[in-house]
Ligand binder design. Structure first.
Ligand code: EZ4
Ligand code: CO
Length: 403
């Protein structure tokens, strides 16, 4: 079998997605996700100009070899654009191998380790009351794990807190980044109050999560972690910008709150010290940004020996293709933690017919060969690319802020 052609399809059925389709001379094809939110076209150029011409004629069964060829061959290792391109190709090759073997991907990985994959969904509110109501509604929908966020009173809604703000275009995602306002001293005392009210309302038989979106310093995160300890959170996510990894040592010295990190990391090297020094508990790597199924599997295996668990990033901008790969890995991985799942627009489901399924807080990979996700190119053609960016933030005095 040889790689005959590789197409790159860009479409926006709710969010912008970059999808690769690897076609073989035997007619089998595989699909991969190569989306980098807000920098989509950079990955398209990387694939079309520098990756695809090198892969034509290669044996698609040599997944590991092609991964190493693209990673080492770039010379410029790592980085989100390179790794998204590798991820897209890698997913498509696993898809082809699964179809050739007539086996679902989780079987190729080693088979099922659990009956179902627990997910968490997001609740945001402009007020604590709104978030509490949202959490209660999620609980009604069967969720056993819920991420709760709230806006800062007196300031405009911040990312992840307005109703539907990080779910679809038309909210805060626009052609230029929306400029939000951030205030750490107003945020820090607010979040423990939020979780006090949420616990009072939903009780203790549910996992509660919170995402800081990289907005604190290490000592501020330590303070927040201590203040949240009475509410027994499942995790505190992206507490500080992770470029300075030593900050996590400081957080650990002060609090027992479990720490989640890594949705913007791309390789095992980014995680090496945080995992091996046992500074994080949940690894937020995801197939589309961490080198596909091949990269993800390697990172989670490494994490297992340091008691860290998998927690694939899965917002709406991680396409149903990457979600499919994540769910197969989640079904196999021995040290599974949780899977983020935001859901998708109807147009996104229509564009990506998928064997995976969601029901009342849990996902299943399905039994279709490969990862079981396809692309309907006619539907894709009806949803052209539109520039869309996540927000930036400024302090109240206008200073550009971290996130
Ligand atoms: O910031 O979707 O944990 N999930 C998140 C998401 C991401 C955006 C960008 O991928 O933090 O809200
Ligand atoms: Co996050």
């Amino acid at each position: 079998m040889k790689i005959k052609d590789i197409k790159v399809i860009v479409a926006s059925p709710g969010r912008n997605f970059v999808t690769v389709k690897v076609i073989t001379d035997e007619g089998l094809y595989g699909i991969g996700d190569a989306t980098v939110n807000g920098r989509e076209k950079a990955v398209v150029a990387y694939l079309e100009d520098h990756v695809i011409p090198c892969l034509i004629g290669m044996d698609p069964m040599r997944i590991e070899d092609i991964w190493q060829y693209l990673y080492r061959g770039a010379y410029w290792r790592r980085g989100p654009i390179t790794m998204a391109a590798i991820s897209g190709i890698d997913m498509a090759l696993w898809d082809i191998k699964g179809k050739a073997a007539q086996m679902p991907l989780y079987q190729l990985l080693g088979g099922r380790s659990r009956d179902k994959v627990m997910v968490y969904k997001h609740v945001g509110g402009l007020t604590i009351e709104e978030t509490v109501d949202g959490v209660l509604a999620m609980r009604e929908q069967g969720l056993d794990a819920i991420r709760a966020q709230v806006s800062i009173p007196g300031l405009p809604p911040i990312y992840g807190t307005g109703p539907g703000s990080d779910q679809a275009k038309g909210g805060m995602v626009q052609a230029r980044p929306v400029e939000e306002v951030w205030s750490t001293h107003k945020y820090l005392p607010l979040i423990p109050k939020l979780f006090e009210k949420v616990r009072d309302a939903v009780g203790w038989d549910v996992h509660l999560l919170h995402d800081v979106h990289h907005r604190l310093t290490p000592i501020e995160a330590a303070r927040l972690g201590k203040d949240l300890e009475p509410y027994r959170l499942f995790w505190l996510e992206d507490a500080v910008p992770a470029e300075n990894q030593d900050g996590f040592r400081l957080i650990r010295q002060h609090t027992t709150i479990p720490i989640a990190l890594g949705e913007i990391f791309n390789t095992i090297w980014d995680f090496q010290h945080l995992i091996s020094e046992q500074l994080i508990d949940y690894v937020r790597a995801t197939s589309v940004h961490a080198g596909g199924v091949t990269g993800l599997r390697r990172i989670f295996d490494f994490a297992a020996i340091y008691h860290a668990r998998s927690a694939c990033h899965g917002p709406m901008d991680v396409s149903p293709v990457a979600m499919g790969c994540n769910i197969h890995v989640d079904t196999w991985v021995p040290n599974f933690g949780i899977q983020e799942f935001s859901g998708y627009t109807d147009a996104t489901h229509e564009m990506f017919p998928h064997a995976w399924s969601y029901e009342r807080g849990y996902l299943q990979p399905g039994e279709a060969p490969g990862h079981g996700v396809d692309i309907d190119e006619a539907v894709a053609a009806r949803h052209p690319y539109e520039p869309a960016y996540l927000p930036v933030a400024r302090l109240e005095d206008g200073t550009m802020f971290n996130w």
